[in-house]
Design a protein around this ligand. Structure first.
Ligand SMILES: O=C(O)CCC(=O)C1=CC=C[C@@H](O)[C@@H]1C(=O)O
Ligand SMILES: [Mg+2]
Length: 338
């Protein structure tokens, strides 16, 4: 499929606001989230690849921002999305305080396998989540590729008593996921792929390899709503739409994607506005009674000014946008299938 025409770089830069938002809880080893939000002709949109991503990887996130801000979106099939609470790798004693940030969520995703922690930390955290949610609650864990196959097998056996809905990216590689899936065959614990989708050269490889039971799908890393929908259609596996720790604008992109997927059986990881201590809109996309609304987000000028990034960071992001824009014109060489 040919890429739609890009807006001019000058138009993108003129529409851009670079912000730095404090987090309520340390997550992915960061305390502030930097993002660029834009007022596009179709509505507000976001570009917020993590700082360590190179320009080629970040260019796909820019394609997503352009898609959502400059291109008409599919008609949503639902007007609200059920979301999960996201529990960072905090001490078990902090679990009630973190869960309290998510109004009415019946599902929690718990970070495990954090560098510098041990399995007992994970077990204590997941135990505290089960105690807080009760028997009806759904618990999934996310290892972010932090275990090898033996460690993952051992950890999952230790966590199985808490009745896991699935385990997200327990190991880093597709080959490891496939082996672990074999070993867990009799345990009936599904494996979800996240990094093996969003950071892979080919997001469908993990599905083709039969290395996962479901896919975690994120709008920005997959090039936007249209592109992610194509991937979901081709993968033929159940999916969970999740955030990239976006501002409410990026979350609205994720919500739009989730609302456009015909079958959505899992609660989505789009409740993460609760991890931000500030946002770019007066009406943040936060869980109410366990759901977020599917709607366009209005940027708030006062908040954009209040949380504007420093002059240096603003210049860094604008230079990054310019380089990614340049890379977008050559991206087809990198990903010939899209
Ligand atoms: O899925 C969720 O519940 C929230 C989003 C989330 O966990 C993540 C957002 C951003 C970066 C990732 O490290 C992380 C993830 O691994 O899924
Ligand atoms: Mg993940």
């Amino acid at each position: 499929m040919a890429s739609p025409a890009l807006p001019a770089l000058a138009e993108l830069l003129a529409a851009a606001h670079v912000v730095s938002l404090p987090l309520t809880t340390r997550f992915r080893r960061i305390d502030t989230r930097e993002a660029v939000v834009f007022r596009g002709p179709e509505g507000s949109t976001e570009f917020s690849p993590f700082a360590e991503y190179d320009d080629i990887e970040a260019a796909t996130w820019l394609a997503a921002a352009i898609d959502f801000g400059w291109r008409a979106q599919p008609s949503p099939l639902r007007d609200r999305i059920r979301v999960n609470a996201t529990v960072p790798a905090v001490d078990a004693s902090r679990v009630p305080e973190v869960l309290a940030l998510y109004d009415g969520c019946r599902t929690a995703k718990v970070k495990v396998a954090e560098a510098g922690q041990v399995l007992a930390d994970d077990v204590a955290r997941v135990r505290a989540v089960r105690a807080a949610l009760g028997a009806e609650g759904r618990i999934r864990v996310d290892g972010n590729g932090g275990w090898n196959v033996d460690e993952a097998e051992h950890a999952i056996h230790s966590l199985a008593e808490f009745d896991l809905e699935y385990v997200e990216q327990p190991c880093a590689s597709i080959a490891e996921l496939a082996e672990l899936r074999e070993r867990l065959h009799d345990w009936d614990i599904p494996i979800a792929a996240d990094e093996s989708v969003r950071r892979a050269d080919d997001p469908l490889e993990v599905a083709r390899a039969g290395a996962a039971d479901l896919l975690v799908i994120k709008a920005q890393p997959l090039g936007g709503v249209h592109s992610a929908l194509d991937i979901v259609g081709e993968a033929g596996l159940p999916v969970v739409v999740s955030s990239a720790l976006d501002t409410s604008v990026g979350l609205s992109m994720g919500a739009w994607l989730a609302a456009s997927i015909p079958t959505l059986d899992f609660d989505c990881g789009l409740g993460t506005a609760s991890l931000l201590a500030a946002d770019v809109t007066a009406r943040p996309v936060r869980a109410v009674d366990g759901f977020i609304e599917v709607e366009r987000v209005e940027l708030d000028d006062a908040l954009l000014t209040q949380h504007a990034a420093s002059v240096e960071r603003d210049a860094w992001w604008r230079a990054r946008i310019s380089r990614c824009y340049e890379a977008l014109t050559t991206l087809e060489l990198v990903r010939p299938d899209r």
